[in-house]
Design a protein around this ligand. Sequence first.
Ligand code: NAG
Ligand code: ZN
Length: 424
Amino acid sequence: MSLKYSLIFALCLAAVALSNTERARYDNYRVYRVTASNLQELAFLKEMEDSSDALIFLEGVHSVDKDIDVVVAPHKVPDFLKALIDHNIDYVLLEQNLQSRLEDEDDTEIRGRAGAYGWQEYQTLTNTYTWLRSLTSSYPGVVRLIEGGKTYEKRSILGVKISYNNGAEKKPGIFLEAGIHAREWIAPATATYIINQLLTSEDAAIKDLFQNYDWYIFPHANPDGYVYTHTTDRLWRKTRQPHGTCYGADPNRNWDFHWNTVGASSNPCSETYAGPSAFSELEAKSLSNYIQTLEGKIDVYISFHSYSQYVLYPYGHTQELPDNVNDYERVFNVTVAAIAERYGTRYTGGNIYDAIYPAAGASVDWVYGNVGTRMSFCLELRPGPNSILTGFRLPAAQIIPTGEETLDGVVALVNEVKALGYFV
Ligand SMILES: *[C@@H]1O[C@H](CO)[C@@H](O)[C@H](O)[C@H]1NC(C)=O
Ligand SMILES: [Zn+2]
């Protein structure tokens, strides 16, 4: 082999090794808490969020006078701080080295091997898919596999339809979508917890939900992203389709409803990149196609995210309120009260635009606006706002308590929607 060819060969080997083993690291990444005291400062922070992939705004850029936590790459620290000072934006340093926090988790909190499926640890995609498949033989005629299409990396978006009594009678439909943002691990864990409770609980309120509704549940609306958070980058949020020099779009800014009008970025490297066009991401496109086939059958839609403990409803693209906002408010009130009852967990929320931030192109808005589902919610699960200590890495010991209180909320939500006459 000539020197030239052996060099190329060596380079190829290096590239292969890199693609198989390299994990994202956050050594010396700092976490700052910043506060905008007026709209100009807020707009500046929003511009930072939309333009740089050296900054990760952990819960997005909210409103004036609220704490905003941001991860800053080490090389970016001097300019980041200078920009804050130049714009009079207050800040405090919360964490010197994010990597040390990420290392607490890894092996102890993830169940990646075969074994009993459960909620003591976070599960891999493979484990959850195996478990979903096993349910069809454990509950024949009751649990059916459904597919919300494929992903960019050709995985299946797998879910279950749960229909008591073999779907003999027509029942109201409830659709649960989780995991559209990859790093929000508590969302799929909560969705699978609810599947299990629906099928096994002796509690009268849960049995009522199981027996009298058709359930369509997708624990992983973004499987490629979820796998990537296990193999490569725990803080990954988006899909994995390449766009220019960066990867992925935000699949919850990509739905074809007032797409990219506000609260989304046009920069492919941003965490909130809306994509080059509405439904450019196969995940959002194919799940929406599936939902469209259910037109008239979905009475309640709930999208699970984390974190901040919010119950949210349309719209995200405008301050204008949905025409049935009074009903939304009533359902919101009973849901928040029900979630608090068991462990005192405090939720807030409201219409997306005012309660958190303008954000166009989310699934809940598209569902509300396009398929006749009048009750469409987004739940941001534990932990509460500004929980940089746990954030997206909610300790696995909290999966079950989160599942319990969230299901309490879902029970109250569905019963209130029923009381309001939506299921007749
Ligand atoms: C919801 O609760 C709030 C606070 O208790 C109350 O002011 C509001 O009237 C309630 N809304 C509805 C529609 O029940
Ligand atoms: Zn989310």
